[in-house]
Design a protein around this ligand. Sequence first.
Ligand SMILES: [Zn+2]
Length: 221
Amino acid sequence: MRRCPDCRLAVEGEWARCPLCTAPLTGESAPSPLPAVPLRFTRRRVLRVLTLTSLAVIGLSFLAQLLFDADRESIGALRSIWLGVVATWLVVLVAAGKRRNLAKFVVYLVALAGGVCVYWDYLTGWDAWSLTYVVPILCASSLVGLMITVRVIRMPVGDHVVYTGLTVLLGLTPLVFLALGWVGTAIPSALCGALSLVVLAALLTMRGGAVRHELATRLHL
Ligand SMILES: [Zn+2]
């Protein structure tokens, strides 16, 4: 039977790593006492569902823009949806490519795409759709990308400190514009701020075990 050197547990079955702490197991494997249950939720299926959902959301937003063009007030939200979906995917793909500077990339992405839209808004007579919708959607979708990344891709514990700071920054940016009175409607900025609090709480609780394990290992050495 395989053993975990950290938890001092015997593990039955073909486990390469400890199911509790993910430390490599030692010793000979024993037959699993559990029946083989097919996985109902695979990573590939998650990505396929996300892809189809993204395409559907973008398609519907363009269709809605076509139908409700007369309503100038809410067009900003619809106009920004594809940008948000693209931003989420860029964050996930850059993280999956194991780039070290994901946080820097997210800041550049939000600044560049937001800046382009602010200029576009300015050119078309400034009704503040860029600051009201684009900036909160970009920040919120980067937060979603960050959440997917932390869930799907294992990353070094040290990165969590950086991502925690980034989460605060992404939540605060739309709130600053809101406080300055530069936005048309408060709801998108407020929602983004609330989302960053949720992500912050998730980041601090989700990998808490890994952080403790990391600290314990280092202190043991
Ligand atoms: Zn263990």
